[in-house]
Write a protein that binds this ligand. Structure first.
Ligand SMILES: [Zn+2]
Length: 398
């Protein structure tokens, strides 16, 4: 199993040159006028034209060969369990497979598929701390998995949240997957979480599997989580009028997932656009789940929203990068000096009809991934999962 991520040994200086198109991840300026990036010890230190940037002393030189560089994609909604294995579909190396779909960071919405998952307060706290620690230490393929997301139960008190935060837990699992399914209790606990710096999300819509329950707009709005988890359902979405109520009734993140209702995702997108609120849109897969594992799920969402939702492709990539990074206070997701040097390098897939990568995505095709980089280290070259890219970047010097 690809458990041991390559680590930087000693100081590193990465130069990526000959970039054809540089996507920033920021909706206010999605395309940067630059062809070169320099990163030192895993952080971006310069972005500009080759002639204006000091590229001396590189330990790794990547020739992008005219391809597109974007921030590594962020999956805002996954359900990891332990290592690079999921019991949900009994599959190994699923995280490594996502890396081949351009995903460099994942956020756990709860380790709910753990066999025998404890539901008592001591047990659920222990499991959250364990998952946080384990995925902090382990980065399958190099992917940063932010895990340790407890599923709240009615017996919890404020001190439990204080203790979790002090132990390093920074996320709640989807509210509604545990015993707390009513608005007032959810609101009280989400407030405690927020007080101690723990981010929250909620399961929106109908039950996901037998035994889970409905979370409607009233519970969602009362709970007031930081992110409206899968507002397009996971799988079963709320009716459109309830989705509109949620969009209009709060300013929280609107998460669209691959394993949800695609029509409802497009309805949410249109509603957010009418409101001038596209910066609230973030993307996830909600996998592993009954629908399986989707290594290309985030790319598929970008392409689906761009092509069917009439969003320029460079903006749709922001949904999966900068929007999520800002909402979740991550140090990646934007091509910006000081941020983590996490990138996906892509090109138009071979034989896609668009004249460039942006047009091909707007026509509904997936791009081909040619390389992924995390913390300034090349992790993968030509993707084993995407359609083959027309052009691929090359490592030309070390
Ligand atoms: Zn859910």
């Amino acid at each position: 199993m690809a458990h041991d991520a390559p680590q930087a040994t000693g100081p590193s200086r990465l130069v990526i040159r000959n970039i054809g198109l540089l996507l920033s991840g920021a909706m206010e300026k999605p395309i940067l006028d630059a062809d070169t990036i320099v990163a030192e010890n895993g952080k971006i230190t310069a972005i500009g034209r080759f002639k204006d940037v000091n590229t001396e002393g590189a330990t790794t030189i990547v020739d992008a060969n005219g391809t597109t560089v974007a921030p590594g994609l962020i999956d805002s909604h996954v359900h990891p369990v332990a290592g690079d294995w999921t019991p949900r579909q009994n599959q190994s190396n699923w995280i490594d497979s996502y890396l081949h779909g351009g995903v460099t960071t994942m956020i756990s919405a709860g380790e709910v598929h753990m066999p025998g998952r404890p539901r008592d307060v001591v047990g659920l706290k222990a499991m959250a701390i364990f998952a946080q620690r384990a995925f902090w230490t382990l980065r399958p393929g190099g992917v940063k998995v932010h895990a340790g997301a407890p599923v709240i139960e009615c017996e919890m008190v404020e001190d439990d949240f204080k203790e979790l935060a002090a132990a390093g837990v920074k996320l709640l699992g989807e509210v509604g997957l545990g015993g707390v399914k009513d608005g007032p209790t959810a609101r009280k606990m989400v407030g405690w979480a927020r007080k101690y710096g723990i981010q929250s999300t909620i399961h929106t819509g109908g039950p996901s599997i037998p035994g889970s329950g409905l979370i409607d707009k009233d519970v969602v709005l009362e709970a007031d989580t930081d992110v409206i988890g899968h507002i397009n359902g996971g799988h079963t979405a709320l009716p459109d009028d309830q989705i509109r109520c949620i969009c209009e009734g709060c300013k929280r993140g609107l998460e669209l997932v691959h394993n949800g209702n695609e029509r409802s995702a497009l309805f949410t997108l249109r509603t957010a656009r009418e409101m001038g609120d596209l910066s609230r849109i973030i993307l996830g897969t909600d996998a592993p789940a009954g629908s399986g594992v989707q290594p290309l799920g985030i790319l598929r969402m970008v392409s689906m929203l761009s092509s069917l939702g009439d969003v320029p492709a460079e903006i749709a990539f922001c949904f999966a990068t900068g929007n999520t990074a800002r909402m979740r206070a991550l140090d990646c997701g934007l091509v910006e000096v000081g941020r983590s040097a996490d990138f996906v390098i892509m090109d138009k897939a071979q034989h896609s009809p668009g004249k460039n990568i942006l047009e091909s995505v707007q026509l509904g095709d997936l791009p081909g991934v040619g390389m992924t980089i995390i913390d300034g280290i090349v992790r993968t070259q030509r993707s084993r999962n995407t359609p083959p890219a027309g052009r691929v970047p090359e490592i030309v010097g070390r």
